[in-house]
Design a protein around this ligand. Structure first.
Ligand code: TEU
Ligand code: CA
Length: 581
């Protein structure tokens, strides 16, 4: 037994092809509209494949296109094996897969199996009666003892949902409550049930057999719950509390992931699996991504995207200087022995990276490219979220009506009921709301930014008149040009794909410098993640070398040596000549 495991741990570079790959995330409703109804779709993606080829990415992760009532923009699925007419049909899908494959780009699908839509046939059956065979596929519980179903506080637990309010909704048909960690229209599946798991694995194999190359697994570390369903510590205001200790990284998580690997992926090659894991710790991430354990290739951790959260994500804390680099370093060090990182600053749930971690005004181009350099050259697989490669900024939402996201709208409604300071809440949503990432991709300076012929489902950022893909394609110094360089660097450099990571300390925490090393090859990345000039002389030794890439566009090191300082958001990649350095 032990011997088998050991033999299997020696994976070839080939099995870990994703170490030298860059993933590009497409959020379909906001990417490109092919049929002129104002909502992005598969035909729109097909038209933009040349953009992906130009950028040089290896994998597309496609956010959900399955049949869905769209209560949570497709993360509420009513048919795992159907395509929502909003996005197209299987002819479009197959055409997209072929086109991507012809261009050596793999396709990873979003897999949302912690919950379904309440309109999924499984749930419709499950809710129909207490003895329905699918009753046990979801979490049904009686009202709290001594309470009348429907009255305040009668929910089986006091957990607060990610989208505000209780995680339980009463279903009048049977008088029981069902669990939903997200919206009421997203009932949680009961992974304890073996028939359900069998069904999910067979659905996954069906997609792989159709030609897709893997899955990004939505909140996959929430699938195992504490069966005792204990109450959370109430927050004192709503009476609800954080139930996450009872459903995050739960007792059977690793059994389920290992089983999924055996049932779905064993014997296949060339695929990629990444688990989205809010609240994951380094220890849990190691367990999930250790190749010997055969669970997942990599996970998305959340610590660095929570650094500016206060009481909740809409209660904004300003980032401390150096906080981002410190946290990313912690994860680099934490996963270095056995695990593998996913490197990301943006996705469809996060505000735009350049607005959040950079300076989207005075140092827009510099900060977008510095952040990208500091991120992409770490150990791990980088993810680019659509629009990030052209430096897209947070959306402009002047009134609450301009928001579309259920998370923001529910939060606002609950804040209103609770009599909170609404100006402050609105400010929080403007800064950290998910709609910031969901404004249409800015293709050109025309009306609707070239995204659609019709007014889009969510407002276009007015800055598309100068911030757009068209304006950047032919400019090597543009954000797009810089991302291309970074993708290219990862492809050709073994030290980037396989090297170790070691942070180089500088007295100013705004300097994020690190050394990569592999087989005697070295690379040094020095970035200034701040608006101020920073003295570089404490890093004397790195100032000898040849410049591989610089976001200020100098070809040689001489000017840097002469200045001995990094300008705001300056980032330089060097091959050191002095060893050890
Ligand atoms: O997100 C899960 C998640 O934990 C958060 O990022 C979430 O977006 C929310 O902001 C928590 O405050 C995944 C998907 O990426 C997200 O789009 C879905 O809404 C969610 O799961 C439910 O499927
Ligand atoms: Ca459309």
């Amino acid at each position: 037994m032990t011997q088998t495991v050991q033999a299997e741990t020696i994976l070839s570079d080939d099995a870990q092809w994703w170490k030298s790959a860059v993933v590009y995330q497409i959020y379909p409703r906001s990417f490109s509209d092919g049929n002129g109804d104002g909502i992005g779709d598969l035909r729109g993606i097909i038209q933009r494949v040349p953009h992906l080829v130009e950028l040089g990415v290896d994998v597309v992760w496609l956010s959900p296109i399955y049949c869905s009532p769209q209560a949570d923009a497709g993360y509420d699925i009513s048919d795992y094996q159907g395509i929502d007419p909003l996005f197209g049909d299987f002819a479009d899908f197959d055409e997209l897969v072929s086109l991507l494959h012809e261009n050596q780009i793999k396709l990873v699908m979003d897999l949302v199996v912690n919950h379904t839509s309440d309109e999924h046939p499984w749930f419709i059956e499950s809710r129909s009666s207490t003895d329905n065979p699918k009753r046990d596929w979801y979490w049904w519980r009686d009202a709290r003892a001594g309470k009348i179903p429907g009255e305040a506080g009668a929910e089986p637990t006091n957990w607060e949902s990610f989208f505000s309010g209780p995680t339980w909704t009463l279903d009048e048909a049977t008088g029981q409550y069902y669990l939903h960690l997200f919206a009421a229209k997203q009932p949680d599946l009961n992974w304890e049930n073996p028939e359900l798991r069998t069904e999910i694995y067979s659905m996954m194999r069906w997609w792989l057999d159709r030609g897709v190359d893997g899955f990004r697994m939505d909140v996959i570390n929430l699938i195992s719950k504490d069966l005792a369903l204990p109450d959370a510590v109430p927050d004192g205001v709503t009476g609800l509390g954080d139930g996450s200790p009872f459903y995050m990284n739960g007792p059977k998580l690793h059994d389920f992931l290992a089983e999924m690997h055996r049932e779905v992926f064993a014997g296949r090659t060339g695929y990629l699996t990444v688990g989205e894991m809010p609240g994951v710790t380094i220890e849990e991430a190691l367990l999930s991504t250790d190749p010997a354990r055969r669970e997942l290739d990599m996970v998305f951790q959340f610590e660095h995207v929570g650094l500016d959260h206060g009481e909740n994500k809409f209660d904004i804390r300003e980032l401390r200087r150096g906080a981002l680099a410190e946290n990313l370093t912690k994860w680099q060090d934490g996963l270095k022995e056995r695990g593998w990182n996913s490197l990301y600053l943006s996705n469809h749930d996060q505000p735009r990276a350049v607005s959040r971690f950079g300076n989207d005004g005075q140092f827009w181009r510099e900060s977008a490219t510095a952040l990208a350099t500091a991120l992409h050259l770490q150990r791990g697989t980088p993810y680019i979220y659509q629009g990030e490669e052209i430096g897209m900024t947070n959306g402009v939402f002047s009134s609450i009506d301009a928001f579309r996201d259920i998370e923001s709208l529910n939060f606002f409604a609950h804040a209103q009921e609770a009599g909170l300071d609404l100006q402050r809440v609105k400010y929080g949503i403007q800064r950290n709301g998910r709609d910031n990432a969901r404004t249409p991709v800015q293709w050109n300076d025309e009306e609707n930014a070239g995204f659609s012929e019709a007014p889009p489902w969510i407002g276009v950022n007015p800055n598309h008149v100068w911030l757009n893909a068209q304006a950047q394609y032919d400019d090597p110094k543009s954000v797009f040009g810089h991302y291309r360089e970074l993708v290219n660097l990862r492809h050709k450099s073994r030290v980037i794909a396989h090297g170790t990571f070691e942070r180089i300390e500088h007295p100013d925490s705004a300097i994020f410098a690190f050394r990569r090393e592999h087989d005697g090859e070295r690379l040094i990345v020095v970035s200034n993640l701040s608006d101020s000039n920073v003295d570089l002389s404490p890093l004397e030794c790195v100032l000898e070398g040849s410049v591989v890439l610089s976001n200020y566009g100098e070809a040689t090191l001489d000017p840097l040596l002469a200045r001995r300082e990094l300008r705001p958001w300056e980032a330089v990649v060097l091959e050191p000549t002095i060893l050890p350095c």
